[in-house]
Design a protein around this ligand. Sequence first.
Ligand code: NAD
Length: 496
Amino acid sequence: MNTTPENQQKLVSDFLSQSPLKAFIGGEWVSAADGTTFTTRDPGTGKPLAEVAAMGAKDVDRAVQAATKAFRTSGWAEMTPNERGVLLHRLADEVERHKPVLARIEASDAGKIPAQAEGDVQNFVDTMRYFIDISLHVQRRTPLAVKGHEATTVRLPWGPCGFIVPWNFPFLLIGWNISPALAAGNTVVIKPAEDTPLSALYLGQLAQKVGLPDGVINVVTGFGETAGAALASHPGLKRMSFTGSPEVGRLVAEACARNLTPVKLELGGKGAAVIFDDVDIDATSARLVNAITFHTGQVCCDATRWIVHRSIYDRFVSHCVDRMKAVAVGYQFDTGTQMGPVVSAKQRDRVLRYLDRGRSEGAKCILAGGAAAVPGREGFYVKPALLAGELNNVAAREEIFGPVAYLTPFDNEAQAVAMANDTDYGLANSVWSADLDRARRVAERMVAGNSWINAHNVFPHGVPYAGINKSGMGGGVLSYETFLDYTRGLSVVRPL
Ligand code: NAD
């Protein structure tokens, strides 16, 4: 592919010029049955990028039927793992070849800095290759040593699976979700977030191009209350996976329960970083400020509560303030921008509201944050903020999903652990200390799915990533076990 910036921009413009963009069902590009569309915007300018089909319940039903038909008749489910792997490798290769274009689409739609969007696309590719590798090596037929019987368990794909994803890492999360399902031989229906539908549609085009059988990948664009709710409650799905807020996760789980559809939920978080007094203050503050400002704090597993040993608290805070003040807020495509916009006016208002509520409940405002103006851009910008005080404050208890950290001091290890675990969430925390025995001890006492040591936001392929309590249920993503989740067990027994 010719990857000059002009050519990339032309490919993006060609894609957007197909507006109104249609959904991808059974290998065809289709409008909503009632013809409605919605507008997707560049969060950095507030300007429309394209009109997109707003699919309703009838359209979603058509997509599930297409996925069912592909599962039953296209040969996808019966292919050997290496036959399927060849097709999926072609898709991963094609995504990689189109990385600059896809990254530009994602950066425009989600307000991401282009280099970060490229990282997301590469992560999709790596995830797909990781699960293809697993699919080639996993044992699907296991003989069981049982007295008086010849017994085997066989692992088979479930059928059509539904995926509802959020707007913060649209393409990366599609990769995390559909790769194990496809590699195991299932077919998929993806419902991207209404704020960021574009990269999922581009994926549909690439799937068609590499010759995936029609109906193996389907993309239904639209609103959560209509397209999302219709998918979650569809009785034809054999598995469901939802990534998003705990509030909507509960609705999706309820809908799945009515059909007894197994569901995996990856939800929000309110992670802590516990910082002991033996850290390199400069380096640790740099890492945590980078983490909370990366993608403007719209990261589910971010460290949002910084629990700092009292003896270094003041020095640590002063390093953080200096670094946060220096973060360059700007349009995601402008050179030098370190922190782009949040995804929408709604998200900006949510961040501002939490700052107000936190202050009114008594949080000390170390760095005020608030709305940011970027000259010449009408987008949705906020500044980084630092609050401090007791942890029973709304800004320390609820997920803000913006560049806001909440600081509090601790005096001893037991107190730090209790503070970190004093939350309804349970996604990810980190421990920072030069004493690795202590760090491991504290990491293992965290009530969460993930504990990181001297780092935050670490997702190597092969390590399960999951939330517990209000942060999720159903097994998580990114590991060998995730692949097994997308196979059903069948026991075959013959009395001897
Ligand atoms: P959201 O819950 O509002 O929306 C997520 C998806 O659900 C969107 O596609 C939306 O259209 C759809 N949806 C909305 N209402 C629905 C309904 N009634 N029925 C079915 N689907 C519906 O979340 P969001 O604001 O898009 O994303 C932010 C949230 O996602 C945060 O809480 C964040 O922590 C979480 N998140 C979690 C992970 C993880 O891996 N644990 C990863 C990324 C984001």
